[in-house]
Every structure is written in C-alpha cells, then in structure tokens.
Design a protein around this ligand. Structure first.
Ligand SMILES: [Zn+2]
Length: 182
C-alpha cells in the first residue's frame, strides 16, 4: 500500500500559507502590478472560490490582478497546495512517476506541471505585444473563419499554448504584410 493511500498530504497543507509562499516568491518587496509594474497597488478582496487568493487593484493603470495572475499556477485545475507539494517533491529529486503516485495524479499531468515549474514559479507565457494594428487582426480572423473554422474555434479556447501560437502566427503575418507593403 502506497503512503499516499494512508495520508493525503496535500489535505494537511494550509492554503493561506501556500498563497503566502507564492507572494513571498514573486513579490519579496510587496505586490506589484503585472501589467505596468507599479508598486502602487491596493488589496481588493479575495477570489470568490479561493478565499486565501488575494485580489489587487493597480492605482496607476487601474488593472486588476491576484496572487496567481501571470504565473504558471494560474488557470489550472489543481489546487495551489498540490503545486506546492509538487515543487517540494521536485526538490527531493523524485521522478514524475513517483510524484504522480504521491499526489494521486496522472503521470502526464505531473509531467506538464514539473515542466512548467522548471521554467520558474512566476514565469510568464511568452506574449506578442499587439498594438496599433487591430484592423489587420480582424482580417486575419475573418480569413481564418472562411478557410479553417475548426482551427479558429480551437484558437478561441482557453488553451494558452494554442492562443500563443495564434498570436505568434498573427505577428508573423503582420511582419510579412509590412514587408510587402513597404
Ligand atoms: Zn498597473
């Protein structure tokens, strides 16, 4: 019988302390706006479903964010304490399969988690800055609908990698069109 059958370790972890750990890692000097990097932020309540997840409002750009915004931990189905334990097991050099066994998770899920954590707890997804050329984006989306409706529908989903690839494709398209029109 595996130890994880006897002890649900993640259930013993304190959510509040896990969020405090993330805050300490990403903002050792206090919360900063992930959009404009201003330190002039105020606390703005807590997440509706995760009471320890602090929300903030930026006084400089009026942006709203929370403890996990812009981190690899945002938008995933696993609770933060499972991520924290995963990080801990990685520090003990456990294999993905061992971690999966301890956490009662699927091996491929754990592989995805450890790959993301190795890039850094607060590593941001690569982003292409879109500015000043909204009309080109619209042309691209309409053209995509005609030719590949399924691909466009897929891009519209919440899959971060897919949307990043779409943005990259848009950027490449824009650069190409710039060159030909110049
Ligand atoms: Zn801001």
């Amino acid at each position: 019988m595996a130890v994880s059958d006897l002890i649900n370790l993640s259930g013993l972890l304190d959510d509040a302390k896990c969020f405090a750990l993330v805050r300490q890692h990403r903002w050792p000097e206090g919360a900063r706006c992930p959009v404009c990097d201003s330190g002039a932020v105020i606390r703005d309540g807590h997440d509706d479903t995760q009471p320890c997840r602090q929300r903030y409002r930026c006084k400089a750009c009026a942006g709203r964010f929370d403890d996990l915004t812009g981190t690899v931990l945002a938008g995933h189905h696993q609770p933060l304490r499972v991520w924290v334990l995963c990080l801990y097991f990685m520090g003990l050099n456990l294999s993905n399969q061992q971690i999966a066994g301890e956490l009662g998770l699927d091996g491929s899920d754990v592989q995805t988690m450890t790959e993301q954590l190795r890039r850094g707890l607060v590593a941001k997804a690569p982003e292409v800055t879109l500015k000043g050329e909204v009309e080109v984006d619209e042309v691209y989306v309409v053209a995509g609908h005609k030719g590949q409706p399924a691909a466009v529908a897929k891009r519209g989903g919440s899959d971060g990698v897919a949307s990043w690839q779409a943005r990259r494709a848009e950027a490449r398209w824009r650069r190409t069109s710039h060159r030909s029109s110049a």
